[in-house]
Design a protein around this ligand. Sequence first.
Ligand code: K1U
Ligand code: ZN
Length: 174
Amino acid sequence: MALLPIRVAPDPVLKAKAKLVETVDDELRQLMDDMLETMYDAPGIGLAAPQVGVSKRLIVMDIAREDEPKAPLAMVNPELTWVSDEDATYEEGCLSVPEHYADVVRPARVRVRYLDREGKKQELEADGLLATVIQHEMDHLDGILFIDHLSSLKRSMILRKLLKSRKQVLDEVS
Ligand code: K1U
Ligand code: ZN
């Protein structure tokens, strides 16, 4: 297992549309395991392959609380087959937009079809935090960040701050 570096906005890989996975094989299962290890270490409750520089349609999640057993979930080629008319608002964060949080409105319940780690077709209905995390991670596969759901003023403020902190880090090492 390996910890993978997490890409931070405005990295171009985060704006690209990720490619469909053709085969669920040992190499992809290794990537799932590395992504889960990276997500737990961050710590986070979700991670999409583009966030570790891999432009493939693969997401991992675990919304179990610290006092609960781990409940890792990996979805290959996820597709929403139904979304509720009712919306829900959650304060979202993103490992690729560090230290910024904002309320995002999304459908409250979703049904998602995907391939599991064995390549078997599955369908899951989710609500609450899981529905939000699934949609947030699936957005990453289409090059969308949670800040793209905010006003352009808020988004450009956040991007400016990210660029400023990246410049500070680069100045410190040079
Ligand atoms: O996609 C990501 O970068 C992961 C992101 C997922 C997410 C969080 C909240 C709403 C929607 C999607 C994160 O995990 S940010 C970190 C976080 O929320 C968290 C970290 C530790 C414990 C609990 C939450
Ligand atoms: Zn994210």
